[in-house]
Design a protein around this ligand. Structure first.
Ligand SMILES: [Zn+2]
Ligand SMILES: [Zn+2]
Ligand SMILES: [Zn+2]
Ligand SMILES: [Zn+2]
Length: 477
């Protein structure tokens, strides 16, 4: 029946991908036209592609004048419905009249006389046109919601893949080959996602052990073995979650395609369709999106003698209160730390205040060690900053000139980061005291979980060459 509308291909409201009638049509410069959803679902990225999926030409896109095309589509479909209803075989068998009414109670099409009859007296009837509009409206609403979920799920898959990349040495070497790296690039030269987390950590811990005396080869090797074990378990878990996420995404897409097929059925079929079951299933599949569920964490591993080594450089730091503000977003610009879109950022919505303090004394030479007790605080930052950063007075964590270890709460989880460059640490949050070791000549700062005598992170030597001041801040929510 709908082949009638295919007579002039130029005018045909047919999508090049699903071969069905357009929903939210988009036209590319090459002339190919698609349902917006079909175009989105045709790419792995679940976004509008830069290249036309049919002719592969780079293609800008634009929305077609939705209203006129929509009108064209519905006129064509309505005409087809009218033709169907006025045909002899579909007229009312009793009254030989054209059916114009829809009865929800009996799910039947009725002529006016049947509609007025005794049998239907207590029913509410509507016109066939209204029924069709209602069905289409419900379908479109459900489809829009489902498409959003598909895109959301794709975001989750991408986030999980970024994490996997950091945990998978195989992916890393593939990536480096493709980038033509000849030497191992240093942390600063790469973005956060390009580092193999465990390798980086391994190098850092080996360096720390090389400075301990007497040498603790056995302990060091045990540490490395334990870390490797944990990381392969983590990678396995991440891959499992990724697979489940991808599966969920296909379920959502399948459901979408089912709704799409329904919406493209001829009106005379759609009219009598009970959509309740379809919608129930659609809502059910939308209920539990798979989010990156495991937060990979290596356990803190104690290194004998680490605290003792740092303690010989212990200095007393007098912290001065610097500022008290009621706006945590000023300090914790979390968008820099996470891959999440800012509107989903729990931090920005949380009212609270933060207190930042800096040391009375600044350091240009020597090695210095101090500890900060953070047990009563959920979210904090500790480390050193240079004078330029302090003078700027915006105190934005993550901005240039502050070398910090940051702990922030994200839902039920805590995440640790270091700044300049922003780097996510997949290790346990220190329960209480954090030790800060500053080496001015070396130009770096290290952080230590005092209770477990384990190294949290050590900046690359030569990270800074300037006078720095101890700094810490805590956030109250
Ligand atoms: Zn389509
Ligand atoms: Zn094209
Ligand atoms: Zn009748
Ligand atoms: Zn009725």
């Amino acid at each position: 029946m709908e082949s009638d509308i295919l007579q002039t291909p130029q005018e045909a409201p047919i999508c090049f991908l699903c071969q069905g009638i357009f929903m939210d049509p988009i036209s590319l410069w090459c002339g190919h036209r698609f349902c917006k959803a079909c175009l989105i679902l045709s790419t792995e990225d679940m976004g509008i592609p830069d290249i036309c999926p049919i002719c592969k030409q780079p293609s800008h896109w634009m929305f077609i004048d939705n209203i006129s095309l929509r009108n064209l589509v519905s006129t064509v479909r309505e005409n087809s419905l009218m033709k169907y209803l006025s045909s002899e075989e579909h007229k009312c068998v009793i009254h030989k009249e054209r059916k114009t009414k829809f009865c929800g109670e009996s799910s039947a099409l009725l002529c006016q006389l049947c509609s007025d009859s005794q049998d239907h007296r207590s029913h509410t009837h509507c016109t066939i046109g209204d029924r069709v509009s209602m069905q289409m409206m419900k379908l479109e609403k459900q489809m829009a919601s489902l498409l959003k979920k598909v895109q959301k799920q794709q975001e989750n898959v991408k986030a999980e893949r970024r994490t996997i990349f950091q945990w998978s040495p195989a992916l890393q070497s593939e990536f480096q080959d493709s980038q033509g790296y000849t030497e191992k690039p240093c942390l600063e030269e790469k973005t956060i996602e390009e580092n193999h987390y465990v390798t980086l950590r391994e190098e850092m811990i080996r360096t720390a052990y090389s400075q301990l005396y007497p040498p603790l080869d056995e302990e060091e090797n045990q540490y490395m073995a334990c870390m490797k074990n944990q990381s392969s378990t983590i990678l396995e878990e991440l891959r499992k979650t990724e697979a489940m996420m991808v599966h969920k995404r296909s379920q959502l897409i399948e459901m979408y395609q089912e709704l799409m097929a329904m919406s493209q059925k001829p009106y005379e079929v759609l009219l009598l369709q009970d959509l309740d079951d379809l919608f129930r299933r659609s809502e059910l599949v939308q209920l539990s999106l798979m989010t990156p569920s495991i937060k990979p964490k290596l356990s803190a591993h104690s290194s004998t003698g680490l605290t003792a080594r740092f303690s010989c450089f212990q200095v007393k730091i007098f912290f001065q209160n610097l500022i008290l503000l009621n706006c945590p977003r000023l300090v914790f610009d979390v968008r820099r730390f996470t891959s999440r879109p800012c509107n989903e950022n729990p931090f920005l919505a949380v009212p609270g205040s933060y207190r930042a303090s800096f040391g009375a004394e600044s350091f240009t030479t020597g090695k210095h060690y101090w500890e900060v007790d953070l047990k009563d605080h959920e979210q904090w930052a500790v480390g050193v900053c240079n004078n330029v950063w302090l003078k700027k007075r915006n105190y934005k964590i993550g901005s240039k000139g502050a070398f910090l270890l940051v702990c922030f709460k994200d839902g039920d989880h805590y995440s640790l980061f270091t700044t300049c460059p922003t780097f996510h640490h997949y290790i346990e949050k220190p329960a209480r005291r954090v030790g800060v070791f500053l080496d001015c000549e070396g130009g770096f700062v290290s952080f230590l979980d005092v209770a477990t005598s384990s190294l949290i992170y050590s900046y690359c030597p030569g990270t800074f060459h300037c006078t720095v001041r101890p700094y810490y801040c805590t956030v109250y929510t």
